[in-house]
Design a protein around this ligand. Structure first.
Ligand SMILES: NC(=O)c1ccc[n+]([C@@H]2O[C@H](COP(=O)([O-])OP(=O)(O)OC[C@H]3O[C@@H](n4cnc5c(N)ncnc54)[C@H](O)[C@@H]3O)[C@@H](O)[C@H]2O)c1
Length: 338
């Protein structure tokens, strides 16, 4: 018989509700606690989904009293590090956190250090890795159906940190997880936004080269995008356009003219089922989860290198060293975009 894990959720807003199909689908989870500074949000979740969980306004008190094995954390971005630290240091075995990792590169590195030191399994919710179409493309790339991958066009809705993380993660997954080698970026800060309590640009664009030699053009937000969010993968033997959710645009295999990209039947709930199942399977087997913090770190490094490139007016080589802040915010606060 498989083990049952005591699950707590911290943050019971919109995104927490998207995690429910994954929780309900896995009989290994028992929801024991819901924590939200807004008690009515936690109560509403408890009622709407019939969890019968204890309700807390203070996640620290909840961690102490309930001693959960697993936490799903759905909080605004600046809270990702402090709440993960609280969980990992209080003995939680696995934290499934919402993306993006953190507002600054230094906080991303600190999150990774805590995960390493405590051994707490940590994932970030790039859930579309579990989309059927994305899995199919990874398999086709591995089988060489598009030949040698040469180039990718990366598209994301605004902005680099909050949405770009999904696109960079998707590109990394298609490119064998090869880390980036260098980044040259530009931002449009003629308007600034505040997403989940992190200030950001209205549009960004640039070039990225991966260690394995694959090149990528990037557009994040702004006009004239021919893909709203996703990746065009261009190989020596064909190409395919893959939207975020794994649906396909155009696709061609040069030596198989009858092939066309299939219509994929999929639902976002299935991605969330994958998030939970894969994390628990990894906890039990000791293998790296598909949404590991190590993979999220690679996407985050590209984002902060991008901003650093703007600050330096120069191409930035990775690994990204000598940076701990969010260069966009530092530039904004110092009047660079005034
Ligand atoms: N993976 C995805 O596709 C995806 C999609 C949308 C949003 N997100 C991410 O999800 C995160 C949360 O977004 P959301 O839309 O759920 O926000 P939200 O505002 O709907 O919910 C956040 C909840 O956290 C609660 N909260 C605030 N401080 C708290 C604390 N200290 N302890 C406990 N609860 C606290 C709030 O009261 C609120 O109920 C963001 O980082 C966002 O980037 C991810």
């Amino acid at each position: 018989m498989s083990k049952t894990y005591r699950l707590a959720m911290i943050g019971c807003g919109k995104r927490a509700r998207s995690h429910v199909p994954g929780i309900k689908a896995d009989s290994r989870l028992e929801v024991v606690a819901l924590a939200d500074v807004n008690l009515s949000a936690a109560e509403a979740m408890n009622n709407d989904f019939g969890f019968g969980a204890a309700i807390y306004s203070d996640h620290r008190e909840m961690l102490k009293k309930e001693k959960p094995d697993v936490v799903i954390s759905c909080l605004w971005t600046p809270l990702h590090l402090p709440v993960f630290r609280d969980c990992a240091t209080s003995g939680v075995k696995a934290v499934l956190s919402e993306k993006p990792m953190a507002p600054t590169w230094g906080e991303c590195l600190e999150i990774a250090r805590i995960a390493e030191d405590t051994g707490c399994l940590l994932t970030f919710c790039h859930q579309r890795r579990f989309a059927k179409g994305n899995r199919l493309v990874r398999q086709m790339i591995a089988e060489g159906r598009f030949g040698k991958i040469l180039r990718m066009d990366l598209y994301s809705p605004k902005n680099l940190l909050d949405c770009g993380t999904h696109t960079f993660d998707q590109a990394l997954s298609f490119n064998g997880e090869s880390p980036a080698k260098w980044v040259l970026g530009a931002v449009d800060a003629s308007e600034t936004l505040n997403w989940f309590d992190v200030k950001c640009e209205v549009m960004a664009g640039g070039i990225l080269v991966f260690e394995n030699g694959v090149r990528a053009n990037i557009q994040v937000g702004g006009p004239d995008m021919d893909i709203w969010g996703g990746v065009r993968v261009i190989g020596s033997e064909g190409f395919i356009e893959v939207f975020w959710d794994g649906n396909f645009g155009k696709g061609v295999i040069y030596n198989d003219p009858s092939w066309t990209p299939p219509v994929v039947e999929d639902k976002p709930e299935n991605h969330m089922i994958g998030v939970v199942k894969n994390a628990l399977d990894s906890l039990e087997s000791g293998t790296e989860p598909e949404l590991s913090y190590k993979k999220a770190l690679r996407a985050s490094e590209i984002i902060f290198a991008f901003y650093e490139s703007v600050r330096r007016n120069a191409r930035v080589e990775l690994p990204l060293v000598g940076v701990t802040d969010n260069p966009f915010i530092t530039m904004l606060e110092s009047g660079r975009f005034a």
